[in-house]
Design a protein around this ligand. Structure first.
Ligand code: B12
Length: 182
């Protein structure tokens, strides 16, 4: 299998300096709730994983070069599908990371496709408990660019029509993706 992580961390100081000149890219992290059956407020969807990933990435120094934003829970929990797509697109993200659970995965894939249709250059990354090496249904989907699996701690890197895998930890995978030149 082909590994396509072009720039393992850490980047050279000169490359980081060039990136900072061009301004920070936006990384948007999204965690969607269990779809509600009625109008009652959403409970239980706490974006702990996005918060962890943001803190981890910023601790590793990426905050100087990437604006790492979490889609606020009030919006993630209240907006409908089209409004969610609009909320993501209006932030002009360079990369969107979705935390995937069994209750949001189908919606995530639909939203990812819509976001890609409107922002063809965006990188779409899936992570979370639903992204496992044995979830063929998900891994064979063409709706996203990268998947970070849990147990095997690998990430998939699209290379045209050929997916490839590289060893990584779940959290450092996000750093590696942010560090991949495009
Ligand atoms: C805390 C917790 C809760 C809390 C809060 C959940 C929340 N955050 O919204 C409460 C008590 C509310 C809860 C409720 C439920 N939970 Co719960 N919960 C957990 C628990 C114990 C920890 C989740 C957590 O936040 N961990 C901390 C974060 C930092 O870690 P993490 O989620 O693992 O994220 C890491 C990776 O997944 C990855 N990652 C995650 N997102 C992304 C995104 C990208 C882009 C990348 C690169 C990586 C990445 O990187 C992160 C850092 O390493 C897990 C079990 C577990 N030990 O993981 C179950 C778990 C998430 N819950 C589960 C379930 C089923 C439920 C309930 C449906 C139970 C029920 N029957 O009511 C409800 C529904 C929740 C809801 N949204 O309404 C399942 C989900 C299964 C699945 N495949 O989706 C889990 C995995 C338990 C299990 N093994 O079955 N839960």
């Amino acid at each position: 299998m082909i590994v396509k992580v072009r720039h393992p961390l850490p980047r050279s100081a000169s490359t980081m300096a060039i990136m900072s000149i061009h301004g920070r890219r936006t990384i948007l992290l999204v965690q969607l709730p269990i779809p509600p059956l009625g109008p009652e407020p959403i409970r239980g969807n706490v974006p702990l994983a996005p918060a962890y990933l943001k803190l981890f990435a910023e601790k590793r120094g990426l905050g100087s070069f990437y604006d790492i934003e979490i889609l606020p829970a009030e919006r993630a929990n209240a907006l409908g599908d089209q409004a969610l797509v609009a909320a993501i697109v209006e932030r002009s993200p360079w990369l969107v990371g979705f935390t995937c659970y069994l209750w949001n995965i189908e919606r995530v894939l639909w939203i990812a496709e819509e976001v890609k249709r409107r922002l063809p250059g965006v990188r779409l990354v899936l992570g979370g408990p639903e992204v496992t090496p044995d979830n063929a249904w998900l891994l064979e989907s063409a709706s996203y660019d990268y998947a970070v699996t849990r147990r095997a701690a690998r990430h998939r890197v699209s290379s045209g029509s050929r997916p490839a895998w590289a060893r990584s930890s779940e959290s450092t995978a996000l750093l590696r993706l942010a560090d991949t030149d495009h």
